[in-house]
Design a protein around this ligand. Structure first.
Ligand SMILES: *Cc1c(COP(=O)(O)O)cnc(C)c1O
Length: 229
């Protein structure tokens, strides 16, 4: 089951890249394994998955020591400052940095542990303003965070609105891509804009067509999540 689902996703990614003249190597599939048991992650690992995305520190604490060490772990969920300490040196990328205060804590602990932590700035659509920085404030936030030691901004992340037809998000993805190009053009010290993390099960194909370099797919690989447990 998982194997077939995964190859379907990989096939869709390859075809989307082909349609828009992109090299599939430019797109990293992040298998979003939140709520799924370690055995299921092992199954995905055996099918070749090496990049996993989780949204809770408590789950990462259980999963990291129980899975092979060549896995690249990504923190994709909202992060509280008091949880940062567990992640430093353990995850390869934190996708969900949306405030200076959170970045300062990542910076402080990275310096203390003598590592540089790669992060993305989470941008929202200005409507569902739960987490993420407003598009109009993103450049200012990037400039402030870029000054911090021990931290390296690699690009932007966004969670698109939930829509029935993924085409509805095309314009939104396009805007985020334009924003990342605008920021890149500023040549801010310590900032790269080579990562664009956007697209989930419902809309990763459109996201790739609009420039995503990382897609975060959970349900499409592991099936529906059960939050009742
Ligand atoms: C859960 C989650 C995903 C994956 O969602 P699916 O719809 O299951 O693919 C992607 N990104 C973030 C930030 C998530 O929390």
């Amino acid at each position: 089951m998982l194997k077939e689902k995964l190859s379907e996703v990989n096939k869709n990614i390859a075809e989307a890249c082909k349609r828009c003249g992109r090299d599939p190597k430019e797109v990293t599939l992040i298998a979003v394994s939140k709520t799924k048991p370690v055995e299921m992650l092992k199954e995905a690992y055996d099918c070749g998955v090496r990049v996993f995305g989780e949204n809770k520190v408590q789950e990462l604490e259980i999963k990291i020591p129980n899975l092979p060490s060549d896995i690249s772990w990504h923190m994709i969920g909202h992060l509280q400052r008091n949880k940062v300490k567990y992640l430093i040196g353990k995850v390869d990328l934190i996708h969900s940095v949306d405030t200076l205060r959170l970045a300062e804590e990542i910076s402080r602990l990275s310096v203390k542990n003598q590592v540089v932590t790669d992060i993305l700035i989470e941008v929202n659509d200005g409507e569902e303003t739960k987490f993420g920085t407003d598009m109009n404030e993103t450049i200012t936030l990037v400039e402030e965070i870029a000054k911090l030691p021990g931290i390296h901004i690699r690009g932007l992340m966004t969670i698109a609105p939930y829509v029935v037809d993924s085409e509805e998000n095309r314009e939104f993805f396009r805007k985020i891509k334009v924003l990342s190009v605008d920021i890149a053009a500023k040549n801010i010290d310590n900032v790269n804009m080579d990562v664009l993390s956007m697209g989930m099960t419902n809309d990763y194909i459109v996201a790739i067509e609009e420039g995503a370099t990382m897609v975060r797919v959970g349900t499409g690989i592991f099936g529906e999540r059960d939050y009742s447990k």
